[in-house]
Design a protein around this ligand. Structure first.
Ligand code: PAF
Length: 250
């Protein structure tokens, strides 16, 4: 695996011909959910590029960014073991030479669900994903369905800007308890970790939204949103300081 940190090194690494390129953008702190995206890309493409970049522009809270888990050595070892060809691990200066003066803004769906409680979040996500796609120019890019809203917004951006890439959604990977895998799970205390699977259990229980909200609040969650749309039930809820999200078909 070639590890590159600058845009010019990335361009040089990608100059070698490949039958097709798959791309998996990440913010690091990798888990089995990320591994599933990588495996799929390796299986479907001649070459797989992954990025590890903790993108500050998508964090609306300095504390959340500060506390976001990082594990660069373990991440690189995992990616190498899965057969990634190129790992792009840039810093802020490489990704935002213009200082975040240019941004991708969506004026509808991005204001709902996660966007309602995290102002500016999707602006940061869409901007960095546009930059990464322009740099890597993959045939396919892979995104997890845990961040369903993110996936839909990226798909919409691709359509709106006539981008020549296939956006591939991949199913949520869960712990045996049902808890959706997330880098943020690492920040849960042992007590919170034992409560956390209740989120998925409630979402998939078939109960009404009101009952689910009551049960989650009774179990110690602070519910941020619980909403049905697009034939899915979406939730974000805090356990202590950690915000968990999940969604299920309904
Ligand atoms: O889903 C993520 O990890 C991030 O939002 C992404 C797509 C890598 C952009 O920073």
């Amino acid at each position: 695996m070639k590890v590159v940190k600058t845009v010019s090194e990335l361009r040089a690494a990608l100059a070698a011909p490949a039958s097709s390129t798959g791309f998996v953008p990440t913010m690091g702190a990798l888990h089995e959910g990320h591994a599933s995206l990588i495996r799929r890309s390796v299986c479907e493409n001649g070459r797989t590029v992954a990025s590890v970049y903790l993108n500050p522009t998508q964090f609306n809270s300095a504390e959340d960014l500060e506390k976001y888990p990082v594990s660069p050595a373990a991440d690189a070892a995992l990616l190498e073991g899965l057969g990634v060809d190129v790992l792009f691990a840039p810093d802020y200066g490489e990704m935002y030479p213009e200082g975040y003066r240019y941004r991708v803004i969506e004026n509808g769906f991005s204001g709902l669900l996660c966007g309602a409680s995290r102002p500016g979040h999707f602006e940061g996500v869409l901007t960095v994903v546009m930059k990464l796609l322009n740099l890597v120019r993959p045939d396919r890019a892979y995104f997890g369905e845990k961040d369903w809203q993110q996936y839909r917004l990226i798909e919409g951006m691709k359509e709106a800007f006539f981008m020549d890439v296939e956006i591939v959604p991949c199913p949520i990977v869960r712990e045996p308890s049902g808890l959706a895998m997330s880098s943020r799970n690492r920040r849960l205390t042992p007590d919170e970790l034992s409560l956390a699977p209740a989120l998925y259990r409630e979402l998939s229980s078939g109960r009404t939204v009101e009952e689910i909200r009551k049960n989650l609040e009774g179990a110690g969650f602070a519910v941020d949103y619980l909403e049905e749309r697009e034939g899915r039930l979406f939730a974000a809820a805090f356990l202590g300081k950690v915000r968990l999200i999940d969604n299920v078909p309904r």
